[in-house]
Every structure is written in C-alpha cells, then in structure tokens.
Design a protein around this ligand. Structure first.
Ligand SMILES: Cc1cc2nc3c(=O)[nH]c(=O)nc-3n(C[C@H](O)[C@H](O)[C@H](O)COP(=O)(O)OP(=O)(O)OC[C@H]3O[C@@H](n4cnc5c(N)ncnc54)[C@H](O)[C@@H]3O)c2cc1C
Length: 324
C-alpha cells in the first residue's frame, strides 16, 4: 500500500512529468508505449493485427488545463481515426475526458468529444471513454449519456473498486463496457480498499455483464480472473463474439498471444505519444515489479533483476525528492 501511494503520488507530479517527457522515452518507456507519433503507432498496430490481436489506441495525455492543449489532443485523435481508416487497421479509440478539456469547461469538452465521436462514427469506429478518478466519474457518464442520444459507437469503463459500480453496470448494460479493477487512489467512502473486495466485485460485474450486457471487455492481467471467465463463459454458453480480453501494450505478451491463439477475441490497449509518465507510474503503483519493463532496456542482460529493481527504485526515489 505504501508503494502504491508512492507511485500514485509520483504520477501526479508535474515536474517529473516534464522531465520524463524529455528523457524517459529513450530510457525505456518504449516497452510500454507503442510509439511517439502516429506512423510508429500504426506500425505497432499492424504487428498486433498480424497476430490476430485488435487494438484500442490511446493518445497519451490527461488532466489538461489549457484549451490549446485539449484542442491539440483532439486533432491528434482525429488523425488517429483517419489513420485507422486509411490503413484498414483492426483498431478503435480510447480517450480520457480530462484530456479533451473536462477540467476546463464541460461544454468545451462536450464539443471536442462530439467531433471525435462523429468522425469515428463515419468510419464505424468505436470510441471508449476511459474512466479516471472518482471526481470525474459522473461528468464522464453525463457526457456519454448526452452523446449517446446521437451516436451508438460509444462505450465506457466500469471500475470494480467503486461501491456504485453495480448500479452503473445495470444502468449501462446495453453498452459495450470495459470492466477493470480501477487504477486510481480513491477514498474509503466511495471505494473498496482491500484486494479481496475489489476482486470479488470484479468477478460479479464481469459475470453480470456477460449474462445481461451487450459486449464485455475484460481488461486485466490477472490470470486467476481470466481462467475464471473462460470457465464461466463455457458453462453459460456465452458466445465468444460477446466478449474479449484486454491487456496493456507490453504487459504479459506471451499470455496475450496465447489467448489470441486459443481463439478468444483479444484487444491490446496501445498508448502512444510523449505524455507517458502518469500512465506508467500508475502501472508501477499496481505492480512495482513493472519497473522491470523499463530497467531491462537500460541494463544489460547479465544484470540481475534485483539490481535492476533496486536501481529503478533508487532513481525514482531521487527524482521524488525534487517534488514540490
Ligand atoms: C486494457 C486495460 C484498460 C484499462 N483501463 C482503465 C481505465 O479506464 N480506468 C482505470 O481506472 N483503470 C484502467 N485499467 C487499469 C486497471 O484498473 C488495473 O489497475 C490494472 O489492470 C491492474 O489490475 P489487474 O486486474 O491487471 O491485475 P492486478 O490486480 O494488478 O494483479 C493481479 C495478479 O495478476 C498477476 N499479474 C498482474 N500483472 C502481471 C504481470 N505484468 N506479469 C505477471 N503476472 C501479473 C499477478 O499474479 C497479480 O498478483 C485498465 C487496464 C487494462 C488492462
């Protein structure tokens, strides 16, 4: 828990974010980020598609407070949509409402999202509204509700750590939903804190949506959950075109391929761009061993894992001292 809080704290540090953008990519972020620009991400998706894996593309960025930044993010997402169409990729969009201006002005964000969803609808491309922290949960649902009046290519995420998740999943059962455990640090009055409670609710939500929902994306690296879902789907005759597994780019690559080769629909979450820092710190908060993914790029193969983890933690510790 201490480490989780430590990394979540780092994920919110602006100075470190700027430093990371400057140096981090070359230091190894490319293991979990699929490219710095659209050409590179198109290439990464092509590779996944050739392995029978589809992609959900995330132009990295969040918690934007300047209109110019939000507009630039919108333009880049529109470019991704055009690229998916032009290159006939098996891919759709994941976006974060705060990147499109939710913290600046609700209506401004609405207009940006509308333009994206409309362009995606033109090419029959699905758009997932990623869910962020609790403060942005209800406004994100509101945005989706409003846009759903005109478009049906939208879905969102249900986070199993929230007490309200069961209510939300019942309300949104006719949507394509991604179900996750939840990646942010949330207070005790709104969210389960223990792994047992979060995991139990995760399974209940997945089972509910598999039985009653439109389409379920089970987004987890947890093989216990994946094995449970495989059994549950078989016992309840849930057709394979009603669900898919999702994992993050660069994580458990062998398991990703294995599931695709077993004939399950598999979709990899493909982040790209320079703003990778908050994203990667949340991955460390979930699982500090993920530091391996970066340190393996920096140290030669003979360096043992313990040394790599130690050096990574040391580096992060030094950087955190500069936090204001
Ligand atoms: C595709 C995708 C989209 C997501 N979108 C969102 C979102 O919109 N909003 C949000 O809040 N969160 C999102 N998340 C993050 C999510 O909420 C979790 O924080 C994150 O997935 C970690 O939980 P987990 O279920 O993967 O497994 P964990 O609870 O981290 O791990 C459970 C167990 O799985 C095994 N395991 C996990 N990772 C590995 C590994 N790398 N190698 C070997 N074994 C491993 C270990 O045995 C571990 O004990 C997303 C996650 C994915 C995969």
């Amino acid at each position: 828990m201490l480490l989780k809080n430590f990394f979540i704290g780092l994920s919110e540090n602006q100075t470190l974010n700027t430093l990371a953008q400057k140096y981090g990519y070359k230091l190894g972020a490319q293991t979990v980020v699929a490219g710095e620009n659209i050409d590179e991400v198109v290439e990464s998706i092509r590779v996944l598609n050739s392995q029978g894996i589809s992609a959900t593309v995330d132009n990295l960025g969040e918690f934007v407070f300047e209109k110019s930044e939000a507009l630039a993010a919108k333009d880049e997402i529109l470019n991704v949509i055009e690229a998916i169409h032009e290159h006939e990729l098996d891919a759709h969009i994941s976006l974060k409402p705060t990147q499109l201006g939710l913290d600046i002005d609700y209506d401004f964000c609405h207009e940006n999202l509308r333009e994206i969803v409309e362009r995606a609808a033109k090419y029959d491309i699905f758009v997932n509204f990623d869910m962020e922290d609790y403060g942005h949960l209800q406004p994100s649902f509101d945005l989706m509700d409003e846009l759903s009046a005109d478009f049906d290519n939208i879905g969102t995420v249900i986070q199993s750590y929230f007490f309200r998740a069961k209510e939300d999943i019942e309300k949104y059962k006719d949507y394509r939903l991604r179900i996750v455990k939840g990646a942010y640090k949330e207070p005790e009055d709104v969210a389960y804190q223990s792994k047992e409670d979060i995991d139990r609710n995760f399974i209940e939500l997945i089972e509910y949506h598999l039985l009653h929902g439109k389409f379920t994306s089970i987004a987890t690296h947890d093989h216990h959950v994946i094995n449970h879902v495989k059994r549950f789907a078989k016992e309840n005759n849930i057709p394979r075109d009603k669900y898919e597994f999702q994992m993050l780019y660069g994580f458990r690559n062998e398991l990703q391929l294995e599931l695709a080769n077993e004939g399950y629909n598999f979709c990899t979450y493909v982040p790209f761009g320079e703003d990778w820092y908050g994203y990667f710190m949340r991955r460390l908060a979930e699982r500090p061993q993920n530091i391996n993914l970066v340190t393996k790029q920096v140290f030669n193969k003979r360096t043992n894992t313990a040394l790599a983890i130690g050096a990574g933690a040391f580096l992060l510790g030094r950087l955190s001292k500069r936090k204001k």
